[in-house]
Design a protein. Structure first.
Length: 578
């Protein structure tokens, strides 16, 4: 078994054992092979208390071998935490992230026909094996102790999380295959989720930026652009977890064809071995995570590889904060892994500080500097021709529980604006059929159904077209913000419609974007009931000048914080050269 395990490492073995009950087990032949190997300048490792013990008692074979070839013996011992078997030598099977000790003694010279040196060797080897298990508190002249396994907390902030991830790793390829069938993974790139690269690493400095999905990607791309402009010759490796996020990066690359210093890969799942594979291939000079992407194993692996890590637009919701408070030691080790954190808001900064972060940058939401959502001009012109002069009310990124309120509000608004067309864009397009049924069979864009003159609602259950609908709409209500939202709400990014010139409103449940909505409270009204929504829609249609003024004021507020991007880009430059 041992021979099979070490063979892939290029380590050869010599088979043989002492005779047992009259059976020749190749002991003499093995002795001759070991002598030959030693005289040829090779190193030979032997278990001194084998093959039958007693355990931790050195047998005379080692002394005889050393005397025969006149070579010194370096006594070593090893111990590691794990599962102990009920064998004569109490063999231990190491467990993942266990601790090990390697003890090395000074060389011992063995002289032929000198019983004293033979006895000394046997005693030293016996002591060495015990020394490995018990371990001296301090090093001595005779023994040198090496910790061969880095303490688990310096590799993974959570030992339990690392063990669980390692144990479930064999099942994750099946999960990825299932997601691939659902269109949530790209068949030719799914191995990237296991840490395998599909691109060649360019030479020179490379900084890794990670963003989970569309919103995070849109917010970090302007920061990456600013950093690339300052750090000439460097490369940005951008990872995402979702296919939609990857498409946004691809579109950015298409629009900036002159910039070849940006590479996209999918982030590996948080399995220690997969993260290690990813980092050893790409060897980034620094890593920049976004928002709430706190993956203990990946961040721990960065620390183990001495890669400085930063968090930009750091977000820590109240519920996440409470969850981390239940594991304070893990949270503190995780926070210690960051060189610095740039929180999104003062509330987020307070949460990070309470969990143990001591290096906080000034707060500010970089979503303010995200590029506007992409708009397909050809599709926009086709929609404008089809819809004509009808006013358009958009309910953007709605969640389950909100659509009924929107449908009712639209019906109220049509009493005063009869030709109003309401677009509902669900955050999760798979809900399109349910919303259509709720809206008396309203046409669905995913089925290539277009609204006719008699249709009052259109279900736009597609991905990647929200920018198109913001540009088309007269005004919008941002979903995931009504008390009726089944997931408890939290809001969505109000900068997206404002940047495309669309007046915006929201419900009261906006805790995920509280700082942004606080900045925009004078220009983004909070609406709670179907009546509130209907009255606001009517006012926007009736007074287009007022609507345009609202948008202009909101855009001015966004522009006030333009210097934060430059400051963060400079910090990342310093991080990469630290």
């Amino acid at each position: 078994m041992i021979a099979d395990i070490i063979a892939p490492w290029g380590i050869g073995t010599i088979a043989g054992s002492s005779n047992t009950r009259g059976k020749n087990k190749g002991g003499a032949a093995a002795f001759r092979q070991m002598c030959k190997a030693l005289l040829a300048g090779e190193q030979v490792v032997i278990t001194p208390d084998g093959p039958r013990g007693p355990r931790r008692m050195a047998q005379p074979g080692m002394a005889a071998l050393a005397a025969a070839v006149r070579k010194p013996v370096v006594p070593v011992g090893a111990y590691y935490s794990g599962l102990q078997l009920n064998s004569w030598d109490k063999m231990v099977i190491p467990l993942p992230f266990g601790k090990g000790r390697f003890v090395c003694g000074n060389p011992i010279e063995i002289r032929k026909n000198n019983p004293d040196s033979t006895v000394l060797l046997a005693e030293t080897l016996t002591q060495q094996m015990r020394e490995a298990t018990d371990g001296p508190d301090t090093t001595t002249d005779a023994y040198h102790v090496f910790q061969w396994a880095m303490p688990s907390q310096s590799i993974a902030p959570s030992k339990i999380w690392a063990c669980v991830a390692t144990l479930i790793a064999p099942s994750l390829p099946f999960l990825l295959r299932s997601r691939q069938r659902q269109g949530k993974e790209l068949p030719d790139r799914v191995r990237e989720k296991m840490g395998f690269a599909s691109r060649t690493r360019p030479r020179g400095k490379l900084v890794w930026f990670h963003a989970a999905s569309v919103g995070e990607v849109l917010s970090i791309l302007p920061l990456i652009t600013a950093w690339l402009e300052k750090d000439a010759g460097s490369t940005a490796l951008v990872t995402t977890g979702s296919v939609t996020g990857a498409r946004i990066v691809a579109q950015y690359q298409a629009n900036h064809a002159e910039n070849t210093r940006l590479i996209h890969q999918f982030v590996p799942l948080d399995v220690p071995r997969w993260g290690k594979r990813f980092l050893e291939y790409w060897s980034p000079h620094a890593a920049v995570f976004t928002e709430s992407e706190l993956w203990p194993n990946l961040i721990g692996q960065c620390r183990a590889h001495q890669i400085p890590v930063a968090l930009v637009n750091g977000r820590m919701s109240a519920s996440s904060f409470k969850a981390w408070q239940k594991a304070p030691r893990v949270a503190k080790r995780l926070m210690a892994s960051f060189s610095w954190i740039a929180p999104r808001s003062e509330a987020d900064a307070g949460h990070f500080k309470a969990l143990g972060c001591n290096s906080l940058e000034p707060t500010g939401d970089i979503k303010a500097y995200a590029q506007p959502l992409p708009v397909n001009e050809q599709s926009l012109k086709a929609l404008q021709r089809h819809i004509g002069q009808r006013p358009v009310f958009l309910a953007a990124s709605t969640h389950s529980g909100e659509d009924e309120t929107i449908v009712q509000a639209a019906a109220l608004a049509r009493k005063r604006v009869p030709d109003l067309l309401t677009l509902i864009v669900p955050r999760h397009p798979e809900r399109g059929a349910d919303i259509s049924a709720l809206a008396s069979g309203a046409p669905r864009r995913s089925l290539n159904e277009w609204p006719q003159g008699s249709d009052t609602l259109w279900i736009c259950d597609t991905l990647g077209e929200l920018g198109l609908f913001y540009t088309l709409a007269t005004c919008t209500f941002i979903g995931n913000s009504l008390p009726s939202a089944q997931n408890g709400g939290g809001g969505h990014n109000p900068f997206e419609p404002i940047k495309l010139g669309c007046a915006a409103s929201t419900g009261p449940c906006t805790h995920n974007f509280s700082e942004i909505f606080k900045q925009l409270e004078t220009v983004v009204p909070v609406l709670t009931t179907k009546k509130d929504i209907a009255e606001w829609v009517v006012s926007q249609v009736a007074e287009p000048g007022r609507s345009a003024e609202q948008v202009k004021r909101a855009q001015d507020i966004i522009q006030q914080h333009a210097n934060q991007l430059d400051s963060l880009a400079k910090k990342i430059m310093m991080l990469g050269t630290a």
